[in-house]
Design a protein around this ligand. Structure first.
Ligand code: 5AD
Ligand code: SF4
Length: 474
C-alpha cells in the first residue's frame, strides 16, 4: 500500500505555528472513546496534537452516537455551534477542518452534508484509517469528503500502533459490529456485520499496553463475546481462549470484557470466570426484557429462562460475580403483563447496577414501524418503577460489600486531600486515605462505608506489607 499524500499547507497567508491542533468531541459508548483515541493516533503523524478547546483547533472531530433518542438533532445543534467557531477562526485567517465521525455520520452522511455544508468530512466507524487521505483532500478544498463504506478489508489492519499511553486501566477493541439485528437497534446498520480482530494483533497490543504500565484491560466490542479467531496452531478459538492467553501476560492483573450477548456465553467463557484469577467477577449481560413475547418481538433469540440458566451457570462458576444489564421499557407491543415479567426477572436475579431506557424508535429498524407503539406516559411510568427497583438493588449490593475485604487497583487521586481512588473487582470506585504511591498497586482494602455510586475503605496492613511501609503517618 502506498502512503497517503501529506496534507496541503493551509491556504491562509497568516504565518502559522508549526504543528496543528486537533479537538475531539466524543459522545456515546466506550467504543467511541476508544475510536476517538485511534483517530488521534492516525492523525498524530500528520502533526496534529490535542487541543482542549475547539477555538484553538485546526481540525475538530465530532464523534457521534446514534443509539438512542434525537441523536441527529443533537448533532445538528452541536454543528451549529461549531460553525460559529469555524467562522470566527476563518475571519482570523485560520482555516478549520470540521469532521463528523461515528454512528450518526454512518447513518446520515448525505443528510449531514446537505444540512450542514460547512462540514468538510463525514466518516463512518469503518473508515478511520483513511482519515489522513480525507484530511489531505479536505485541506485542498476539493469539496466535502464523505466516506461511510464498509470496506472489505477490516479497519483493524490499517490502524497504527497506539501511541498515547492509556493508563493503568485501558480499553482494547477486539471485535466490531453485530449480526444479531435486534428489532430496536441501529448497530448492525451503523457498525456493519461482526468482525473479529486477529488474536496475534490483540496480544501484541495488550503486550504494548502492559509495557506502558497498564494493569487492567477491558476488551471492547459491540458483541464482544462473539469474538472468534485462530490460535497459533490455526485452530478456531473463542473469547474464553483469548482471555486465557491474555491472562498469561506477566504484569497484567485484571481482565474485563463488554458488551456481551446472552447467546454467546459459551462453556469456555464461563469456565474462564471460574478458573482465571485475572478475570474479574463482573459481567454486563444485557437482557432487555423479562417477557418471552417481547424477547421474541425484539428478535433477541433467547428466552427469559435461557437468561436465568446462563446466570445460574455463571454464579456456579463464580459465586461472587456481580451482574449488570440493559433494559428497554415500552418496546412496541409491551403490555402490563410483559412489564411485570421484566420486574420479576430483575427481582429473581438481583443486579449490581443497570442501564435502563425508554424504547425510542430508530428510523430504519423493524420496531420503528411496528404496530402497538406504547404511549409515552406509559413508558415514563414503567421506567420510573423499573429504575426504583434497580436503585434499591444497587444500594443493597453496595451495602453488602461493607465489611468485606477486597483487592482494589488504585488508579488516581481523589477530590479530597490525601484521597486515593481505585476500582473494586465489581467495578465500584473505592476511596481510601493514603499516599499517591498506592497508585498502580492492587491492594487489599476493608470496605467500611457505602455511598450512592462508590465505596470507602481502609487498607488492610497485614495483607499489604509494601503498602504499609509506604503509608504516611496520619
Ligand atoms: N431505544 C431504547 N434503548 C435502546 N438501546 C438500543 N437501542 C435502543 C432504542 N432504540 C439500548 C439497549 C442497548 C443499549 C446500549 O441501548 O438497551 O443494550
Ligand atoms: Fe444491537 Fe446488541 Fe442487538 Fe447487536 S445484539 S443488534 S448491538 S442490541
Amino acid at each position: 500500500m502506498t502512503a497517503p499524500p501529506p496534507p496541503a499547507p493551509p491556504s491562509s497567508a497568516t504565518p502559522r505555528a508549526p504543528g496543528r491542533r486537533l479537538h475531539m468531541i466524543t459522545w456515546g459508548c466506550q467504543m467511541n472513546v476508544y475510536d476517538s483515541g485511534r483517530m488521534a493516533d492516525v492523525l498524530a503523524p500528520l502533526g496534529y496534537a490535542p487541543a482542549d478547546r475547539p477555538d484553538d483547533a485546526d481540525m475538530i472531530i465530532l464523534n457521534t452516537c446514534h443509539i438512542r433518542d434525537r441523536a441527529a438533532e443533537k448533532v445538528f445543534s452541536e454543528l451549529g455551534r461549531l460553525r460559529l467557531v469555524k467562522q470566527a477562526r476563518a475571519e482570523a485567517g485560520h482555516p478549520t477542518i470540521l469532521a463528523v465521525a461515528g454512528c450518526v455520520a454512518q447513518a446520515e452522511g448525505a443528510e449531514i452534508l446537505a444540512r450542514a455544508p460547512y462540514v468538510d468530512i463525514v466518516l463512518g466507524p469503518q473508515t478511520y484509517h483513511r482519515l489522513p487521505e480525507m484530511v489531505a483532500r479536505a485541506s485542498r478544498a476539493a469539496g466535502a469528503v464523505i466516506d461511510t463504506d464498509f470496506p472489505a478489508e477490516q479497519k483493524f489492519d490499517h490502524l497504527p500502533e497506539q501511541s498515547a499511553p492509556q493508563g493503568l486501566a485501558a480499553f482494547l477493541t477486539i471485535q466490531e459490529g453485530c449480526d444479531k439485528f435486534c428489532s430496536f437497534c441501529v448497530v448492525p446498520y451503523t457498525r456493519g456485520s461482526e468482525a473479529s480482530r486477529p488474536a496475534a494483533a490483540i496480544l501484541a497490543e495488550a503486550r504494548r499496553l502492559v509495557a506502558q504500565g497498564t494493569r487492567e484491560i477491558t476488551l471492547l466490542g459491540q458483541n464482544v463475546n462473539a469474538w472468534h479467531g485462530a490460535g497459533p496452531d490455526g485452530a478456531p478459538r473463542s473469547l474464553g481462549w483469548l482471555m486465557r492467553a491474555l491472562a498469561d501476560l506477566p504484569g497484567l492483573l485484571r481482565l474485563r470484557y463488554t458488551t456481551s450477548h446472552p447467546r454467546d456465553m459459551d462453556d469456555e467463557l464461563i469456565a474462564a470466570h471460574a478458573e482465571i484469577p485475572a478475570v474479574m467477577p463482573f459481567l454486563h449481560l444485557p437482557v432487555q426484557s423479562g417477557s418471552d413475547r417481547i424477547l421474541a418481538a425484539m428478535n433477541r433469540r433467547h428466552s427469559a429462562a435461557d437468561y436465568r440458566a446462563t446466570i445460574a451457570r455463571l454464579r456456579a462458576a463464580r459465586p461472587d460475580i456481580a451482574l449488570t444489564s440493559d433494559f428497554i421499557v415500552g418496546h412496541p407491543g409491551e403490555t402490563d403483563a410483559d412489564f411485570a415479567a421484566t420486574l420479576a426477572l430483575i427481582r429473581d436475579i438481583g443486579f449490581a447496577s443497570a442501564f435502563s431506557f425508554k424504547y425510542s424508535p430508530r428510523p430504519g429498524t423493524p420496531a420503528a414501524g411496528a404496530p402497538h407503539q406504547v404511549p409515552e406516559p406509559v413508558k415514563d411510568a414503567r421506567l420510573q418503577e423499573l429504575q426504583a427497583l434497580l436503585r434499591d438493588q444497587q444500594a443493597a449490593f453496595n451495602a453488602d460489600c461493607v465489611g468485606r475485604t477486597a483487592p482494589v487497583l488504585f488508579t488516581h487521586t481523589g477530590r479530597h486531600p490525601g484521597q486515593v481512588v481505585g476500582r473494586s473487582p465489581w467495578l465500584q470506585p473505592v476511596h481510601v486515605i493514603g499516599p499517591t504511591s498506592l497508585i498502580g498497586q492492587e491492594l487489599m482494602v476493608k470496605i467500611t462505608t457505602t455511598h450512592t455510586n462508590s465505596l470507602s475503605g481502609t487498607l488492610v496492613p497485614a495483607s499489604n506489607p509494601a503498602a504499609t511501609q509506604e503509608r504516611t503517618p496520619a
